[in-house]
Design a protein around this ligand. Structure first.
Ligand code: GLP
Length: 236
């Protein structure tokens, strides 16, 4: 595991975008696993700039996102599909049909979970997975629990996650209470993993990277993966 400490959010974003960009240059038709939240916004901004000035070409890149809320349509500004279109996909030359997220509006969410797991496998697996981390150690939406969930599945969000994410909604009651997420097994199958986290995640980062490997701290499982890079920043 490589741990890179940077002095600012901007520095972390440039470094993360450099790693993601290098993946695209090395393998133009790579599969990128992408994340939402405030942590990756700066990296997406850098990737967009690098595409607009001709340094990066996303025309063959495929993407799969970690998760999506249940019950939010793609046009809903709080949905992760909307977030990805706004912060990245509409700003780079990626083909829309090559960008994938779970469908949180699917009538049968178990069926949708199976479809999404199979889709990732059908793309040949994820080359590089970008992750953020929740204050309780969640990755994607894998909340602390008694066993590491293997495949894509539906989850009940914890109160602490609903509270943390309510900052992005006008009312707490509007935050969905369920989501579809890649499982821990799905995430661990990625060839490489890149985790980015701000100063406010210092404590959970330490517990995850140096504490006991336990499903109570989902990100602790990353200790078992052979190619993980963690970028932290001193100030947000
Ligand atoms: C959400 C997402 C996670 C993300 C986390 C942290 O819960 N499902 O994938 O890592 O938020 O977000 P932030 O980067 O805003 O702290």
């Amino acid at each position: 595991m490589r741990i890179l400490e940077t002095g600012s959010y901007q520095e972390m974003s440039v470094l993360a975008a450099g790693i993601l960009g290098a993946q695209v240059l090395l393998k133009p038709n790579c599969v990128l696993g992408l994340a939402t939240g405030s942590s990756p916004i700066g990296a997406y901004e850098e990737l967009s700039k690098n595409c607009q000035n001709g340094l990066l070409d996303f025309s063959q890149v495929r993407t799969v996102n970690l998760d999506e809320y249940c019950g939010l349509a793609p046009e809903n500004p709080q949905s992760y599909r909307y977030f990805m279109d706004q912060h990245l996909f509409s700003r780079i030359n990626i083909r829309k049909e090559n960008t994938h997220l779970p469908n949180g509006m699917a009538p049968d969410l178990e069926e949708e979970s199976r479809r999404y797991e199979a889709l990732i496998e059908g793309l040949g697996g994820v080359d590089l997975q970008l992750l953020g981390i929740g204050h309780n150690g969640h990755i994607g939406f894998n909340e602390p629990c008694s066993d590491f969930p293997r495949d894509v599945h539906q989850v009940q969000l914890t109160e602490s996650t609903i509270t943390a994410n309510s900052r992005l909604f006008s009312r707490r009651e509007d935050v969905p209470t369920t989501a579809i997420t890649m499982g821990i097994g799905t995430i661990l199958k990625a060839g490489k993993i890149l985790l980015i986290a701000g100063e406010e995640k210092k404590e959970i980062i330490e517990r995850s990277l140096f504490g006991k490997v336990t499903p109570q701290v989902p990100a602790s499982v990353l200790q078992l993966h052979r190619d993980v890079t963690v970028i932290t920043c001193k100030r947000s």
